[in-house]
Write a protein that binds this ligand. Structure first.
Ligand code: AMP
Length: 460
């Protein structure tokens, strides 16, 4: 199934191409045709399933097809979201998706300047994303007229009720025209939500998708508290020796490591190379050929550790990821769901291990709140202290070390030797073949696959 198959217009397809989305998510492929038909929709779906695009993309096409211009102080599509963060995220996505359709997108939520909101709305907008409280304020001040709304979206309706927005919601709906299309999304369907939906929707099509939840359910999620500067030692241990008795890690065939920054990703790759663990990075500073090579090597299995930033990993499908390691926790909790959804694909189970530094505890709390899962803390491995000391004694690395090993060897091979000297001397599993990082990489696939077959998996 492609986005073209769903009947979306060229300007929308163009925007999706720019975003790098290759195929629709389940909620998108199920919901988009109904919305394009003009049906009301009741969607049971969580954040992280791609539901924003599921309601924004077809709505863009309907707004464009209706060929109207927004009247002053009016909006044509109103999206209500429970929190500022969500409203901001939806607005960003809507702006991206509507880029080539030339629709005007605005957002209003509490904590921002009312004056600015009034100015934004003065000439009218096509798509308005709002939190209920601020919207009511603006409507009461007559800075906003809701009588022209063609499409209403209630996003995260259950959260909206939890946060006590029911009165604001009822007030807003009274100001809307009866003749409109209504799209209603909620992660859960308690009775109160079902009743609300039955009041606001007319003969709705229903879609129920919880891939994020089911993925989350299938992923064994653990975490370790560890200082930021000691994370590299933990990562090296996990990749080299597994974790604890191996009960947690299983076979680490393909490991996707997430960092928050591009430089962080490069640093992890360099430090792993010092411990003879071959890995590759993908992020926005890499050229297209570099990214393709890294992904190709990872897919084929010649590199079993891929280090990625969220943005780089978005929109690419990598089958067979056995483990996701969050070297740093994402500051947006949805990203966590997105990251760990990279494992446990196509019905497989997966393992996600997150490293949480003291200053990341707020991120951890947000993640646990969103996923409604408490990540089980793991003790640090027994060799952890000695590994921290070993890593601390390694020479510093610099971005220049990322040159390909072949080129380094052509230049005289100074650096690989240095890396080889830095190899552990205490007979860690998989470090006994005598091949240094540079030599290992340069020795080609044959020696690498021999090492993998021998069961160590450590330096491949
Ligand atoms: P949402 O559930 O709407 O918050 O979306 C979750 C994340 O998935 C966002 O980061 C979107 O940019 C991303 N996303 C949505 N649809 C797709 C798609 N078809 N392919 C890849 N990424 C997507």
């Amino acid at each position: 199934m492609t986005f073209q198959d769903l009947g979306l217009s060229q300007p929308v397809l163009q925007a999706l191409e720019l975003k790098g989305y290759e195929s629709p998510t389940p909620i998108q492929s199920q919901a988009i045709p109904f919305v394009l038909e003009g049906r009301d929709l009741l969607g049971i779906a969580q954040t992280g399933t791609g539901k924003t695009a599921a309601f924004v993309l077809p709505s863009i096409d309907r707004l464009v097809a209706a060929d109207k211009r927004p009247k002053p102080k009016c909006c044509r599509m109103l999206v209500l979201a429970p929190t500022r963060e969500l409203a901001g995220q939806i607005a960003q996505s809507a702006t991206d998706y509507a880029r080539f359709a030339h629709l005007k997108v605005a957002t209003v939520f509490g904590g921002t300047s009312l004056h600015r909101n009034r100015q934004d709305l003065a000439r009218g907008v096509d798509i308005l994303i709002a939190t209920p409280g601020r919207l009511v304020d603006l409507a009461e001040q007559r800075a906003l007229d809701l009588s022209q709304v063609e499409i209403l979206v209630l996003d995260e309706a259950d959260q909206m009720l939890d946060l006590g927005f029911i009165h604001a919601l009822k007030q807003i709906v009274r100001l809307l025209p009866k003749q409109r299309q209504t799209l209603f999304f909620s992660a859960t369907m308690p009775n109160a939500i079902r009743q609300l939906a039955s009041q606001y929707l007319t003969d709705p099509a229903q879609v129920a998708i919880t891939p994020a939840a089911t993925t989350v359910d299938r992923v064994d999620q653990r975490m370790c508290f560890v200082n930021q500067q000691e994370k590299q030692a933990l990562l090296t241990l996990v990749l080299r020796d597994g974790f604890g008795a191996g009960e947690m890690t299983g076979t680490m065939d393909r490991v996707l490591v997430f960092t928050r920054t591009k430089h962080g990703a490069d640093r992890v790759v360099r430090k792993l190379a010092q411990s003879n663990i071959r890995s590759a990075a993908i992020h926005g500073n890499k050229s297209q050929p570099q990214r393709e090579r890294a992904l190709g090597d990872f897919r084929q299995g010649s590199v079993r550790v891929l280090v990625a930033t969220d943005i780089a990993a978005r929109g690419i499908d990598i089958p067979g990821v056995s483990h996701v390691l969050n070297f740093e926790l994402p500051n947006v909790p949805d990203q966590y769901v997105h990251r760990i959804g990279r494992t446990a694909r196509a019905g497989a189970d997966g393992i996600a291990l997150s490293f949480c530094a003291p200053d990341e505890r707020d991120y951890l709390r947000d993640i646990q709140r969103l996923t409604r899962v408490t990540l089980e803390p793991m003790p640090l491995p027994s060799q952890f202290r000695s590994e921290v000391e070993r890593i601390a004694a390694l020479p510093p690395t610099s971005p220049r070390d990322e040159d390909r090993p072949e080129r380094r060897q052509q230049r005289g091979g100074g650096r690989p030797q240095r890396t080889a000297q830095a190899r552990p001397t205490h007979g860690a599993p998989g470090s006994g073949s005598g091949a240094g990082a540079g030599a290992g990489a340069g020795a080609g696939n044959r020696s690498r696959s021999r090492r993998r077959r021998s069961g160590t998996g450590a330096t491949s």
